[in-house]
Every structure is written in structure tokens, then in C-alpha cells.
Ligand binder design. Structure first.
Ligand code: TYD
Length: 208
């Protein structure tokens, strides 16, 4: 049996990942491809509990290392409980954020360093990496504005535009380091144009 694919979506807050994940899931469904969609932090009961702590606006005092470990803990549970068994059974997994979010938000934007975050997360993921990662490239300030028009900011979103710009800059640098895995998807030409790029990359992977 073939292993399933692990496909992750990354981007600044409000960058349109959710819409593209929905389109990809519908596309895979139409092709009869067995798959699940998950979000990080979250996806299973323990990780959703961790999510509610890590994104809670009341915890302004949260230490950066605590934050990194909480994201990693949520990920460790999701990987062992759902992602690994799914991939092993031939089911693909589409993940709204994965380990790159920690590299960028905690390692780069918070300044803990990508090396440290990678060391911790290699334990959490058992060295599992996505087969492909789509970075949704949209102006981070516009994305944040769009998000705030629709909902209240969570603890990370409340960091403001300078933080989101740093996150954006970090993703662009990371994509430059791993061009085979991380694909930059421009949001400038609209939803359909972005999805057609994503679809063509996934089609190539499915043919392997
Ligand atoms: P969420 O509401 O899911 O935001 P989005 O729809 O933009 O993905 O909140 C997740 C927040 O957590 C988001 O601000 C990014 C942040 N985050 C990290 O800082 N590190 C991580 O490892 C992950 C998975 C998310």
C-alpha cells in the first residue's frame, strides 16, 4: 500500500489558507483520494485543549519557551494519534499549519532561533516532514486587516502588523531555503488562480 501524502498550508494570519484547503479537499474527494484535513494547533482533543491555552488573550505573560513547547506538545499528540496512522494506512493528510509555523513564529519572529525550534520539533514530529508545503503569499497587513474585519484577534494576531511582517519575511526566507518542498502561492490573482497552482503541484505528486 502507498503511504498517504502530508500536505501543509502556511501563511500569515488571514492569508486565505482555509479557502484553499477546502478547494483541495474537494478536488481530492472528486478524484476518490482518501484524505483528512486537520488544523494546528488542534485537531484532536488534547491538542485542542492546548490550543485554547496558547491562543488565549488573557495569558499576556506567556513565556516564549512555554509557547514553543505548547505548540510542539499539541503537534506531538496530533502526529502520534492521527497523522502517522493515517499516512501509514494510505490516507493523505492536509494540514492547516505544521512545523514551519513554529520555525517562523517562534524561531524567527519571536527570536528563539530556528535551530532550537527544529531540535524540539524533531522530537514532536518524530522527524516527519510534509511532502509539500504551500505558503499563501499575500500582503501580511492586508491579511491581518481582513482577519480583524471578521473576528476578534487571538493572542498571536494581537501582536500586530510589525510581527506579521516579520512572520511574512521569515516564510519568504524559509521558502528560499527549501524550494523543492515549500511552494510560494501568490494570492494576488485571486482564489481560482491560486488554486490552479496548488492543483498542478499536487497532480505532480500524485503521479509519482
Ligand atoms: P489560527 O486561528 O488557527 O490562525 P490561522 O487561521 O491564521 O492559522 O491560530 C493559530 C495561531 O497560532 C496563528 O497566529 C499562528 C500561531 N502558530 C504559532 O505561532 N506556532 C505554531 O507552531 C502554530 C501551529 C501556530
Amino acid at each position: 500500500m502507498n503511504k498517504g501524502l502530508l500536505i501543509s498550508f502556511e501563511g500569515t494570519d488571514g492569508s486565505g489558507k482555509t479557502t484553499q484547503i477546502k478547494l483541495l479537499s474537494e478536488y481530492m474527494h472528486s478524484k476518490g483520494l482518501n484524505h483528512i484535513t486537520l488544523r494546528e494547533p488542534g485537531g484532536v482533543a488534547i491538542s485542542e485543549e492546548i490550543r485554547s491555552i496558547v491562543l488565549d488573550n488573557r495569558y499576556k505573560e506567556m513565556d516564549q519557551v512555554t509557547e514553543m513547547l505548547l505548540y510542539a506538545a499539541a503537534r506531538a499528540q496530533l502526529v502520534s494519534q492521527v497523522i502517522q496512522p493515517s499516512l501509514a494506512s494510505g490516507k493523505s493528510v492536509i494540514c492547516d499549519r505544521f512545523v514551519d509555523s513554529s520555525y517562523i513564529y517562534q524561531g524567527y519572529a519571536r527570536g528563539l532561533g530556528i535551530e532550537l525550534v527544529k531540535t524540539v520539533n524533531d522530537v514532536a514530529t518524530r522527524n516527519l516532514m510534509p511532502d509539500i508545503t504551500f505558503f499563501m503569499d499575500i500582503d501580511p497587513v492586508l491579511a491581518l486587516k481582513r482577519r480583524f474585519d471578521n473576528s476578534q484577534p487571538d493572542r498571536l494576531e494581537a501582536e500586530g502588523t510589525a510581527f506579521q511582517k516579520k512572520v511574512y519575511e521569515g516564510y519568504i526566507k524559509l521558502a528560499g531555503l527549501y524550494p523543492d518542498r515549500i511552494k510560494i502561492i501568490s494570492g494576488i490573482h485571486g482564489i481560482d488562480a491560486a488554486f490552479s497552482q496548488i492543483k498542478s503541484y499536487v497532480d505532480v505528486l500524485l503521479c509519482r
